[in-house]
Ligand binder design. Structure first.
Ligand SMILES: C[S@@+](CC[C@H](N)C(=O)[O-])C[C@H]1O[C@@H](n2cnc3c(N)ncnc32)[C@H](O)[C@@H]1O
Length: 349
């Protein structure tokens, strides 16, 4: 903690910094983000002007050197890629897939933060018959942390997306952390795709165009809170056949709404899904192009995907369009991270 009583944080596998952004909006001092993907760090640094992005392979590094370079921290957050957990048979620390997770453990061991937050896909809880979860908890207990975990649903926290993620919270000594309750648990209070996207146009916008439409929801007001300029809204023009096929799917529908001859034209069951304007979206992915706008005959733009992840409009994504989709799809929704950050502060009092 610095002299202003702000809690200093580092973000491992930070990507563009969805998790960091949520913590920063609760007053945490995001000092450093670490990732081996330079593109994502350009976005991270642009949107966290006081933070430093460090390109580092977290499966192979010297933790003492890193500690010297970064200094003391209060909180370590991060979402190691789930391939970083060995999923077959007995856990073998020598399994190369384990090295990413071990990188997280190594940093907690070296930095000894007051708390850590580890986020991941929900099936980590049951993978390998629960073995992965149990040994993860054991690893951190042996370092002096009391660990709690819970599967959270992003739409419970005002995110217009039904994304589930498991969150482990470890605190040195006794763990007084309480998982946030969520202000939008009731279906009627969930933020819908219409509330999230209806002020964004069908066509592309030049970078930095001021949104001319009146906001149609409180959520849109929140997303525009820093000015209302729009970035990353370049549409994808699909081929004629794709446009004609998706045009046959109604708001909230899927491949089952297509004539039989078209139902099998894409080989995955999630294909030809149109978001429902009346519900939160499905989980935003890293750019598989199977989920379409609730109204327009195209996939959502990067900005629309970012809205569904609760990134405000002035959070700008850098890199190619493919890279931007991946950065957005990888992220922890900032509003969910904010809810966790708020509770973590209470646990420290
Ligand atoms: C799920 S994303 C994290 C997203 C981030 N928590 C957020 O909220 O935006 C996982 C990240 O791990 C990074 N990564 C994968 N392998 C890595 C490695 N060996 N060393 C460092 N980072 C790695 C990826 O580049 C990716 O950005």
């Amino acid at each position: 903690m610095d002299k202003n009583n702000t809690l200093r944080l580092i973000d491992l596998f930070c990507g563009c910094g969805g998790m960091s952004y949520g913590f920063a909006s609760e007053g945490f001092d995001v000092a450093v983000g670490l990732d081996n993907w330079p593109d994502s760090l350009v976005t991270f640094e642009r949107n966290h002007p006081h933070a430093k992005g460090i390109v580092l392979d977290l499966s192979d590094f010297n933790s003492a050197d890193l500690r010297k370079r970064i200094g003391a921290v209060d909180v370590v957050v991060g979402g190691p890629p789930c391939q970083g957990f060995s999923i077959s048979g007995k856990r073998n620390p020598g399994d190369p897939r384990n090295k990413l997770y071990q990188g997280f453990v190594k940093i907690v061991r070296e930095f000894k933060p007051r708390a850590f937050i580890l986020e991941n896909v929900p099936n980590l809880v049951s993978m390998d018959g629960g073995m992965i979860r149990k040994s993860l908890i054991k690893d951190f207990v042996s370092l002096g942390y009391d660990v709690k975990y819970k599967i959270l649903l992003a739409s419970d926290y005002g995110v217009p997306q039904n994304r589930r993620r498991v969150v482990f919270v470890g605190i040195q000594g006794k763990n007084n952390f309480e998982f946030p309750e969520g202000t939008c648990k009731d279906q009627k209070t969930k933020i819908t795709c219409f509330q999230a996207l209806s002020d964004l146009p069908e066509g592309s916008l030049a970078e930095g165009t001021l949104n001319q439409q009146k906001p149609k929801s409180e959520y849109q007001v929140l997303m525009r809170k820093n000015g209302g300029k729009i970035f990353n809204h370049q549409i994808t023009t699909h081929d004629k056949k794709t446009i004609e096929t998706i045009a046959l799917v109604p708001d909230g529908g899927n491949y089952k709404d297509l004539p039989k001859r078209l139902q099998g034209t894409r080989k995955v069951h999630i294909a030809w899904t149109r978001y429902s304007s009346k519900k939160p979206s499905l989980t935003i992915d890293t750019g598989h192009r199977h989920h379409f706008h609730y109204k327009y005959n195209r996939i959502p733009t990067v900005r629309e995907s970012a809205r569904l992840q609760s990134f405000p409009d002035d959070f700008i994504f850098c890199g190619t369009k493919t890279s931007q989709y991946k950065q957005v799809g990888n992220a922890v929704p900032p509003l969910m991270a904010k809810a966790i950050a708020k509770e973590l502060k209470k646990a420290f009092i």
